[in-house]
Design a protein around this ligand. Structure first.
Ligand SMILES: Cc1cc2nc3c(=O)[nH]c(=O)nc-3n(C[C@H](O)[C@H](O)[C@H](O)COP(=O)(O)O)c2cc1C
Length: 168
């Protein structure tokens, strides 16, 4: 089993709730689940598989938690680590920046040598622009607790299924 952590930042609880649902769906008691901080980020090299969650705030910006911690990534060598991302956003009100923070974190982790898995199709969303798109796919699971909450559990179920091979 790959040593796995689910790491999140959340301002109103939506990303925290998604992180808990993802951990439950994975269904392994050895998976660690914690809120990001600079100190916790420096421990990421203890893990083989990282599942990284973020919401987006401002206009396409990182939320508190990631904003303060992200520069600590520059001290880490993530070569050989596998990373999957999930992002919360509001595609209707913030459709010009939908889940941008997931794209910002993606680029930071890739620059430290991590291999990314868990790309997700963008066709069941309505938005204008997103920094989290690569070749028409989201770099990870996009969720929208504001407008598509009813789809969250099924999206998580299907996405965890798609990354399960990388967890063992
Ligand atoms: C002031 C404000 C700014 C926001 N900016 C964005 C944004 O730029 N892009 C986006 O996709 N969602 C944006 N959102 C929506 C949040 O990301 C969304 O509500 C998310 O579920 C919050 O998750 P959290 O409670 O885990 O922080 C914004 C929401 C608020 C209230």
């Amino acid at each position: 089993m790959k040593k796995t952590a689910v790491v999140w930042a959340s301002q109103t609880g939506n990303t925290k709730e998604a992180a808990e649902l993802i951990a439950t769906e994975i269904g392994r008691p050895d998976v660690d689940l914690f809120e990001v901080s600079r100190e916790e980020l420096l421990r990421l090299t203890e893990y083989d598989m990282l599942i990284i969650g973020t919401s987006t705030w401002g206009a396409g910006e990182l939320p508190h938690g990631w904003r303060e911690a992200v520069s600590a990534l520059d001290q880490l060598d993530l070569t050989g680590k596998t990373v999957a991302f999930f992002g919360l956003g509001d595609q209707l009100v913030y459709g010009d920046w939908y889940v941008d923070a997931m794209g910002i974190l993606h680029d930071r982790f890739v620059s430290r040598g991590a291999k990314v898995v868990g790309a997700w199709p963008s066709d069941t969303y309505e938005f204008s622009s997103s920094k989290a798109l690569r070749d028409g796919m989201f770099v990870g699971l996009a969720l929208d607790a504001d407008n598509q909450e009813h789809l969250t559990r099924e999206r998580i179920r299907r996405w965890v299924c798609s990354i399960r091979p990388y967890l063992s």
